[in-house]
Design a protein around this ligand. Structure first.
Ligand code: URA
Length: 449
C-alpha cells in the first residue's frame, strides 16, 4: 500500500477503507509516514470530508493507538461528559458529584488547562492536598466505594490524536468536522466510558460559530458513538460569555462548591442540570429528562451532592474542610484590581477567549505546557451579558499576585472582552439544541451568532 495513492484517493473524493486508514494512522505514529504526507492527507480530508464509516474507523484507530482505560470491573453504566468550551467552565466539578450522588458511577479522566482554556485537574489541585494521580487499582476501588474518582490523563493516551492535532494546528486543518469529531471521540472512547454526553459550545469564543455548524459537529460525534457502541448525546450551548462569574482555579472551585450548595449562578446551575440530566438518562437512572432534573434538583437541595463532593475530596487526599469554608482553605490572591468601564451601555457579549487570555496573564493558565500556574489567580466578573453599565463602573475584578504593571495588560484584555451597545439584549436560552441518535431537537430559533 502506498501512502501517495491513499492521499490521491481522498483528494479525488474517494472513500478510504479501514486498512487504508490504519496504514495512515500507524505509519504516521511510527514515523514511517512523514509530516508532509500526513498534512496533505489532512488537507484532502478538510476539502473532501469523511463518510460516517471512515470517521468511526479513524476514531477507533486513534483510540487504540495508546493506553486505554478498562472500566469493566466497575459495576453499572459509566457515563462521561466532555465540553468543547473551556473558559470558566467548572461544570465537571459540579456534575461529577451530582451524577454520582444519583447512583451513576463517574470514573473520569480530565486534562490540564492550556492557553486561554482551563482544565479540571488544575482546578482540583488548587484544593490543598488533592491528588490527581492515582494507581489504576486505587482509582477503580474509589469509584466502587464512593461512586466517583477523577484523575489526570495518562501520558500515553491517544498518541495518534496528539500527533495529528499538533500537525492540524500548524496546517490550517483544525476546523474540519470529521477531524474534530474523531479527535474528541477517540479520547472519550480511550477513557473507557459506556455512554458519553457532550457539551458543544457555539458562539464567538467557540470553535463553532453558528448553531448549524455546532449541530453538524454534534451529529458527527453522536454517529461515531452509535457506530462504536457508546451511546452518545449532545447539547449545543451558548458561549457568548464565560459560565458563572469566576475564572481561575481556586475561584472556580469556590463557585462550584456554592453551586453544589444550591447557591450558584443561574447559568451555571442550569447548564449543569441539563448535562447531568442527560447523563442520568443515559446511565439508566431516569426514564425522562424531566424526572432526572427533579431528582438532581433534590440532590442539590438536600445536600447529598455536596456530601458526595466532600467524600470525593477526602478520598483523593484533599482537605474536606474546603466544603464548609472554601475561603479559609483555598489559596487567595494578594491583590484585587478593579477593571472599570470607559463607556456606558448594556453588555451584549463577553469574549470568553479574551477574558481567558487576561486570566492567563495573571498566572491562572499556561502559555506553554511546562508553565507553572498560580492557583489563586483569576478573574471575578462583576457585570455579565444584559447588565447596564455606566462609565466608571467595575466590570470585573482581577485577582492576582502580580505587580501593578504586570496586571496592566490583563486589565486591558479584560476591558476589551466586554462588548457594549445602547440596546437591550434579547433573552436567549443557554441550551439551543439537543442532539441524540434520534436527530436534532432545536430549542431556539436563533440560527446564527
Ligand atoms: N478539541 C479536540 O480535542 N480536538 C479537536 O480537533 C478540536 C478540539
Amino acid at each position: 500500500m502506498r501512502t501517495v495513492d491513499i492521499i490521491r484517493k481522498k483528494r479525488n473524493g474517494g472513500e478510504l477503507s479501514q486498512a487504508e486508514l490504519s496504514h495512515l494512522v500507524q505509519g504516521y505514529c511510527s514515523g514511517d509516514i512523514p509530516d508532509y504526507q500526513a498534512a496533505a492527507w489532512a488537507m484532502a480530508v478538510y476539502f473532501q470530508g469523511l463518510t460516517a464509516r471512515e470517521t468511526a474507523d479513524l476514531t477507533g484507530l486513534m483510540a487504540s493507538s495508546g493506553d486505554q482505560l478498562d472500566l469493566s470491573d466497575i459495576p453499572g453504566v459509566k457515563v462521561d461528559k466532555h465540553s468543547t468550551g473551556g473558559v470558566g467552565d467548572k461544570t465537571t466539578l459540579i456534575i461529577a458529584p451530582l451524577v454520582a450522588a444519583a447512583g451513576v458511577p463517574v470514573a473520569k479522566m480530565s486534562g490540564r488547562g492550556l492557553g486561554h482554556t482551563g482544565g479540571t485537574i488544575d482546578k482540583l489541585e488548587s484544593i490543598p492536598g488533592f491528588r490527581t494521580e492515582l494507581e489504576r487499582g486505587d482509582f477503580v476501588s474509589q469509584v466502587k466505594e464512593i461512586g466517583l474518582a477523577v484523575i489526570g490523563q495518562s501520558g500515553n493516551m491517544t498518541p495518534a490524536d496528539k500527533q495529528l492535532y499538533a500537525l492540524r494546528d500548524v496546517t490550517a486543518t483544525v476546523d474540519s468536522v470529521p477531524l474534530i469529531a474523531s479527535s474528541i471521540m477517540s479520547k472519550k472512547i480511550a477513557a473507557g466510558a459506556d455512554r458519553i454526553v457532550l457539551d458543544v459550545k457555539v458562539g464567538s469564543g467557540a470553535f463553532m460559530k453558528t448553531v448549524e455548524a455546532a449541530e453538524e459537529l454534534a451529529e458527527a460525534m453522536v454517529a461515531i458513538g452509535e457506530q462504536v457502541g457508546r451511546n452518545t448525546s449532545a447539547l449545543i450551548s451558548d458561549m457568548d460569555q464565560p459560565l458563572g462569574f469566576a475564572i481561575g482555579n481556586a475561584l472556580e472551585v469556590e463557585e462550584a462548591i456554592r453551586t453544589l450548595r444550591g447557591e450558584g449562578p443561574e447559568d451555571l446551575t442550569s447548564l449543569c442540570l441539563e448535562l447531568a440530566s442527560q447523563m442520568i438518562v443515559l446511565g439508566g437512572k431516569s426514564d425522562t429528562i424531566q424526572q432526572a432534573k427533579e431528582l438532581l434538583t433534590a440532590l442539590l437541595k438536600d445536600g447529598r451532592a455536596l456530601d458526595k463532593f466532600r467524600a470525593f475530596v477526602e478520598a483523593q487526599g484533599g482537605d474536606p474542610g474546603v466544603v464548609d469554608a472554601p475561603e479559609s482553605i483555598l489559596p487567595v490572591a494578594a491583590t484585587r484590581t478593579e477593571v472599570r468601564s470607559t463607556e456606558a451601555g448594556i453588555v451584549q457579549a463577553i469574549d470568553a477567549e479574551q477574558l481567558g487570555a487576561a486570566a492567563m496573564h495573571l498566572g491562572a493558565g499556561r502559555a506553554t505546557k511546562d508553565d507553572r500556574i498560580d492557583p489563586a489567580a483569576g478573574i471575578l466578573m462583576v457585570k455579565k451579558v444584559g447588565d447596564a453599565v455606566a462609565t466608571g463602573d467595575v466590570l470585573a475584578l482581577l485577582c492576582h499576585n502580580r505587580t501593578p504593571s504586570e496586571a496592566e495588560e490583563a486589565a486591558r484584555l479584560a476591558a476589551a472582552a466586554y462588548r457594549m451597545e445602547h440596546k437591550p439584549v434579547a433573552d436567549r436560552p443557554l441550551v439551543l439544541s439537543i442532539v441524540t441518535s434520534n436527530g436534532v431537537q432545536r430549542l431556539s430559533d436563533k440560527d446564527s451568532m
